[in-house]
Design a protein around this ligand. Structure first.
Ligand code: TRP
Length: 329
């Protein structure tokens, strides 16, 4: 059985794109592997979040993941800052991470451009912290999107370098977790290619039916096709793409036919689409509303998660301390 580790950004609620992208696959993944899911709250400090908001953000993400089906009975779920061994490993890895290679990382260059007033050392060493997250459990596999591939590549490099420098074969070189199929990409409702928080076009798992109806109603449309069987513009194709994911095949076919015969009534289609999105998200939303009130449950999940994560992390740190040459008197 492989050890799989997944790091979760502690910013923003989960939306339909996250759900049909990675999250739905995570639920299957945890049946076949030893899975660790953690919320990367230390990473989030690189952008100096308001301390009053940090905990709420972590809680939102935790609640969404639990509600969507990440199961603390099957997987280890924890908060990064609850496992100090990660920070210790980060420190050792930093001794073998070089200024030049860190400064060349795409994510660093992008962040440095976005926040020129706050190009801090944590931002520069973001990849070493991420490597520490992964190597602390000697994970075999990490599910990553395109934007994180370079970080995983650097993790392998840091692992290899550590092994070579100390003449050991301690760290494994983790690879990307492959879901065995193309991940579904959910487009935005505004004609853009991707649903996202920063794009401001997202339908959240926690949205109420009213909010979902409102957002779908606002989706970009036009006056409809005038030629039979014409090619759909992107913003219309996007509505169909979402419909193919949430609606029954005959419903999709019905609207395909309407489009092809130039009898499209967007109002009807949007009503149907909103209803089918609501059908998918409501069970999750109901669990969100229950779990977010249940402080005792959240405390139990995070405490037990931290305990299990630290058990594994401690083994690694003890070994690493020996390898670098620390000894007790
Ligand atoms: N950098 C990842 C992101 O932005 C989050 C993350 C932090 C992560 N540590 C990780 C992902 C370890 C996978 C493994 O999405």
């Amino acid at each position: 059985m492989d050890t799989v580790l997944s790091g979760i950004r502690s910013t923003g609620n989960l939306h339909l794109g996250n759900y049909f992208g990675a999250l739905r696959n995570f639920i299957r993944m945890q049946d076949e592997n030893k899975c660790y899911f953690f919320i990367a709250d230390i990473h989030s400090l690189t952008t100096h979040p308001d301390p009053k908001e940090l905990h709420g953000n972590v809680k939102n993400v935790l609640v969404d993941y639990l509600a969507a089906g990440i199961d603390p009975e099957k997987s280890v779920i924890y908060i990064q800052s609850d496992v100090p061994e990660i920070s210790e490993l980060y420190l050792y890895l930093n001794m073998h991470a070089y200024m030049g290679e860190l400064a060349k990382t795409s994510s660093f260059k992008e962040k440095a451009r976005k926040q020129p007033e706050n190009v801090n050392a944590g931002l520069l060493t973001y990849p070493t912290l991420m490597a520490a997250d992964i190597l602390i459990h000697n994970a075999d596999k990490v599910p990553v999107g395109k934007d994180q591939e370079q970080h995983l590549e650097m993790t392998r490099k840091f692992a290899r370098r550590f092994n070579n420098f100390y003449g050991v074969e301690y760290f494994k070189e983790p690879v990307a977790y492959n879901f065995g199929e193309q991940l579904i990409k959910i487009p935005g409702l505004d004609g853009s290619g991707k649903m996202g928080k920063s794009e401001g076009n997202a339908i959240y798992l926690a949205d109420s039916p009213k909010e979902i109806e409102k957002k779908v109603k606002r989706a970009l449309t036009d006056s409809g096709p005038t030629e039979p069987n014409s090619v759909k513009p992107d913003y219309i194709e996007n509505l169909f793409t979402i419909m193919r994911v949430v609606s029954a095949p005959d419903v999709v076919q019905h609207y395909e036919n309407k489009w092809n015969s130039c009898e499209m009534r967007y109002g009807d289609m949007k009503k149907q689409l909103a209803q089918d999105i609501i059908n998918v998200t409501s069970p999750i939303r109901e669990r969100i509303l229950e779990i977010e009130k249940d402080d005792a449950y959240l405390r139990k999940v995070t405490q037990e998660g931290a305990e299990k994560a630290r058990e594994s992390a401690k083994k690694t740190i003890e070994a690493v301390r020996q390898i670098v040459g620390f000894k007790k008197f």
